[in-house]
Write a protein that binds this ligand. Structure first.
Ligand code: UPG
Ligand code: MN
Length: 735
């Protein structure tokens, strides 16, 4: 336990503990590394002579094993030095309750069809109800969808918040997203007529909003009275409209009170200007507009950023984050506090491995030991100054202010008109926005590159993973969406490695070597695909031809292979179980590991290369957060969803078929005694092929046995069978 406490009066606001069992882990890792070295030695010293069979495959395996070994070394940085943080919120209130800084909360949404307005306002309501002085909070909704339905929903939410916020505070409700709360069990513990009232109000609001969404227009005349609606005209469209800025609740207004007469947080709607001829830079552009607009309205010193599906699940998170920033000893070094991304809709065995369990329970704790986690876009508290590009300096300590330092006497209308310009397309021309200021442009993972550039300016970050999750989002519920999302991430991360901000070169001397390695594990996701595709294909094809690429079982060289594989996978299972997963969940995770590497990462790699050559542009495909009822039912039953003729599925199915053909063919020959060049020398290859078939089982059932709508489309079945048979035949007879 860190002994950081220097007696009463100077107690730290947070505590840092090192992970347990580090020595044992390091010894274990060293032994695995010895095994890896021996594998390399074996590969290098047993290369088939020129003209001998298998020479080409051998070189390929040498390359793949060098890659996997080196990559494994990189991943050690995520495990070597795990660090855990704990906060003391009572000390924070004792010392600073009256001087708490202002905080601005940014919620981003981009598309009312795949991010339903009801979901968006639930997130907004959850953050409005934080346990924090409301007069020091401002919530901003950035709507890149420029949708008046979303605006209408927010307007409704602003009215409902007058009931919801005091209700939450009175009954200490958790979580504070109304939808999540009303469907949780904790809701039944309050037997009060206030619950019934607020629930009824919520349902009425939900009804009005969903009807409006269904009709594609706002019903009745009631709210059309609001001046905000006048900003939409017949010529505005999602990609082409003027800035729409509405202060729905003005914290300065003495009449902006909840039903108990207490103040409400400021609430602002912003749809920044969009014009077809101006690149809008996706979420990064939206965030930068928000940073500027909010600086004139509330200018909170701390900024929390959440995606529209990530509601606050813990009303104390703001105070938790401030325990880091306001800590007298270390606080001045910390640029951002990142919470894990957790999800509310994860099934028991997590078929798509969308919980990112190892990342949040292991890897980010590892990064925290070396200077802090990546910024991952949501559930992250920033210092405003660092987001705007301020460099770290020891002398420069933030003076936390509890008042708005830019108080203005303007009316909300005047303020809106004046500030609107900050969200216009032309504003950023010839400025440092997107380069040295704000979130960085030109990268599909604007978050990671921005976090890295902040850390390179000398700042630290902190990973805070409390027992009660700080934020809960919506995990994707079908395979294509998962693979697409990972394509964006891995492509973006690779582009960072190759960019000016490369953690490998630019980061040299700016961030710790451990953190450089940590970043590289993510940046190298995409190139991982090459070694994986090779390994999951070539040994099986050689097996088919009866050519051995691995040591015989009776040879001593077999031992390092066996040790590394068993040790690595046994450890990975143990780690998964410690992190709260199930055995089947681990198995599913291995499958998704393979699927991502052979498709998402491969596509990402190719696209990144094409991009460098100037053939493709960065894009940001927003993740769909709506699920059809029948898809959702299969998701609950943990059945993989194929359904569409998604190009990545062809690769998955072809690889699966190829391994199945090899396995069946070879098994048949072994059984009929027609020999495959001595089983002793083929054992490892046979096992590898067998494991690949086992892990692909859900694919075979989707290809051939399933009858539901989630099965593989027959076009893909036909294509993949044809491809696999052709590849097998060619490799057997032609080469
Ligand atoms: O042009 C855009 C595109 C997206 N978004 C918002 O960005 C957020 C993230 O988009 P989503 O499609 O949900 O992507 P994810 O892959 O789930 O997001 C993760 O990865 C992204 C980077 O790839 C980060 O921006 C996110 O914060 C992080 O949660 C959502 O709230 C969107 O509404 C915008 O505001 N404008
Ligand atoms: Mn998302």
């Amino acid at each position: 336990m860190g002994n950081n406490e220097h007696g009463i009066g100077n107690l730290r606001l947070f505590e840092t503990r090192r992970g347990k069992g580090r020595i044992i882990y390091r010894l274990f890792a060293a032994s695995v590394f010895v095994g890896i070295l021996l594998i390399w030695v074996y590969r290098a010293s047993h290369i088939p002579r020129y003209g001998e069979e298998g020479r080409l495959g051998w070189f390929g395996l040498l390359g793949a094993e060098l890659w996997f070994g080196l990559y494994w070394v990189l991943t050690q940085s995520l495990r070597w030095n795990r660090t855990y943080r704990f906060t003391f919120k009572d000390r924070l209130s004792q010392r600073y309750e009256n001087d708490l800084p202002r905080i601005d909360i940014f919620v981003c949404t981009a598309d009312p069809d795949i991010e339903p307005p009801m979901m968006v306002i639930n997130t907004v309501l959850s953050v409005m109800a934080y346990d924090y002085p409301p007069e020091k909070m401002a919530v901003y909704l950035s709507d890149d969808g420029g949708s008046y339905l979303t605006f209408y929903a927010l307007l409704e939410a602003s009215i409902f918040s007058q009931h919801w916020v005091p209700f939450c505070k009175k009954f200490n409700v958790e979580p504070r997203s109304p939808a999540a709360y009303f469907s949780s069990d904790s809701c039944n513990t309050i037997k009060d007529k206030e619950l019934a009232t607020v629930k009824k109000l919520y349902e009425e609001m939900e009804n009005r909003i969903t009807t409006a969404v269904k009709l594609g227009g706002i019903p009745g005349d009631v709210d059309l009275n609001h001046k905000g609606f006048s900003q939409w005209n017949s010529s505005s469209s999602r990609r082409d409209h003027d800035t729409i800025l509405q202060i729905l609740i003005d914290g300065r207004d003495p009449n902006a009170k909840d039903i108990e007469g207490c103040a409400l947080p400021t609430l602002v709607y912003l749809a920044r200007e969009k014009r077809p001829q101006y690149p809008h830079n996706f979420k990064a552009g939206a965030m930068n507009a928000l940073i500027r607009v909010s600086s004139e309205i509330s200018n909170g010193q701390v900024i929390l950023n959440v995606d529209c599906d990530m509601y606050s699940n813990n009303s104390c998170s703001v105070r938790d984050a401030l325990c880091f920033f306001m800590d007298e000893e270390k606080g001045h070094e910390i640029a951002y506090v990142q919470f894990p991304q957790n999800y509310e809709n994860i099934t028991k065995n997590d078929v798509y491995s969308s919980s990112l369990r190892l990342i949040s329970e292991v890897e980010f704790h590892g990064l925290d030991g070396y200077g802090g986690p990546l910024y991952i876009g949501t559930g992250c508290f920033h210092r405003r100054d660092t987001l705007c590009g301020m460099e770290f300096s020891k002398e420069n300590r933030t003076r936390w202010r509890s008042e708005n330092d830019k108080p203005t006497k303007e009316s909300a209308d005047e303020l809106e008109t004046r500030v609107k310009d900050l969200a216009s397309c032309a504003y950023e021309r010839n400025t440092q926005w997107g380069k040295e200021m704000g979130l960085r442009y030109g990268c599909p993972v604007e978050d990671v590159i921005t976090g890295l550039s902040i850390q390179c300016l000398g700042w630290k970050s902190v990973y805070y993973n409390p027992t009660r999750n700080g934020f809960l989002g919506v995990a994707s519920t079908s395979l294509d969406i998962t693979l697409l999302q990972h394509k964006r991430w891995s492509e973006g991360d690779l582009l960072i490695l190759l960019s000016r901000y490369s953690p490998a070169w630019y980061g040299l001397g700016k961030i710790s070597p451990g953190l450089q390695m940590g970043y590289c594990t993510y940046c190298l996701w995409a190139p991982n695909s090459l070694a994986t595709v090779f390994y999951s294909m070539v040994p099986s094809l050689y097996l088919l031809r009866g050519i051995s690429l691995f040591p015989q079982v009776s040879s001593p060289w077999f031992l390092p292979f066996a040790y590394v594989l068993i040790a690595k996978y046994a450890y990975s299972l143990a780690e998964f179980l410690w992190s709260g997963g199930t055995i089947l969940g681990w198995w599913n995770d291995q499958r998704i590991w393979l699927f991502k590497r052979t498709t998402s990462y491969l596509f990402a790699f190719v696209d990144a290369m094409l991009g460098l050559l100037g053939y493709s542009e960065t894009s940001f495909i927003v993740t769909n957060k709506v699920t059809d009822p029948d898809v959702s039912q299969r998701y609950e039953q943990e059945m993989m969803e194929f359904r569409t003729s998604f190009p990545m599925f062809t690769i998955l199915a072809t690889l699966a078929m190829l391994n199945l053909i090899s396995l069946v063919w070879v098994t048949k020959r072994v059984v009929t005694g027609s020999g495959v060049g001595g089983f002793d020398s083929m054992a490892l290859q046979y096992i590898l092929c067998g494991v690949l078939v086992l892990i692909n089982l859900p694919l075979y059932s989707a290809l051939f046995f399933r009858n539901d709508k989630g099965k593989m489309p027959s076009s893909i079945t036909a294509k993949s069978v044809f491809l696999a048979v052709s590849i097998c035949t060619c490799s057997m007879y032609l080469y």
